[in-house]
Design a protein around this ligand. Sequence first.
Ligand code: LLP
Length: 386
Amino acid sequence: MFSETRISQFRDHTTPFYFYDLDVLKQTLQQIDKHGIRKGYHVHFALKANHQPRILEEIRKAGLGADCVSGGEVQRALDCGFEPHQIAFAGVGKRDSEINLGLEHDIFCFNCESVQELQVINELAEAKDCTARVALRINPNVDAKTHKYITTGLDENKFGINEEDLPLIFELLPTLKHIDLIGIHFHIGSQIEELKPFRELCDRANSLNQVFSDKGIQLKVINVGGGYGINYADPDGNAIPDFEHFFGLFDEHLNLRDDQELHFELGRSVTGQCGSLITEVLYTKHGRQKNFAIIDAGMTELIRPALYQAKHSIQLLTPISTETDTYDVVGPICESSDTFRTDLEFPKLERGNLLAIRSCGAYGEVMKSQYNLRQGIDSVFSVDLD
Ligand code: LLP
């Protein structure tokens, strides 16, 4: 919910724009600290969810590390003050130049996704006469029961190394002199709303941990990835995910040895609820079957509804009529998929009304595009308005 003052401040900015409430972010980080970091867990923020320097600064100050999936993200993390030893580099298709960037900075770890990648990292490290710390991303074949585009831990997905490849890796390892295998890594998917898939992941991680230890390989790092979901339907009632139960589950079910560290890579659950896309109604149109509210934000600013059929809560900020009507809220882009919500009941909408599309702090601004040669949009931070 936004105060009257806040809404009038929004009027001073050209819509559409992203608004970030840093208080919500800080409260979220406090819970991560309380239930995760203070228990000794290492939490990395997945920069793919949001790479705004202002946001990253808060996250870094709260003691999280950085989980990166490109050279650009590694560089952004470094530029924003993350120490190399706090940076993990994942991704199924790392280019040589990106691996070299990681090696030059001696980052904490490469999360390696194939046998061939392991060999390439070894060669590149050899050329630089250094050693790369590596965690093997293993596909745990756990169904995250989320949208198929954001399920990652099944055998049919492109991510990770399958268990069948492990004997080959055990055979190769002694020859890979520039690889220091420090851990295993998993990530089963994103926007996982129930804890059950994470419970299954614990079982798989326990048995794989045992497989390595039976081979005489003492892993230091168990990285269980990210994926914890947020409540898109009620961003005010559930602004902060229940981290107590999330971290508690791993505490209870993961069997770590005393010398092992537990790592997480959280994205959406950290920044999702602190961001909103503020937009204005350009036109209302009353068709034969439907009413349309045509807004000035499109799939170019927020692609999640078009790409994953995501439903973000949309709030009318001003002014509120007492009558209601039902609308499809659509953007200006020349694609029918440029639809944010269908059949949504609202106080009667008019040209010039301000709307907030909520829960946009993760995978919102980072996924914007210039399709239709759209102009760039602003980011507005609560601290600058307070
Ligand atoms: N670690 C790995 C290896 C990942 O692939 C991801 C996300 C994360 C961590 C962070 O996951 P999170 O905690 O944010 O769920 N654009 C989609 C989400 C794609 C997620 C990709 N991987 C969306 O808007 O829903």
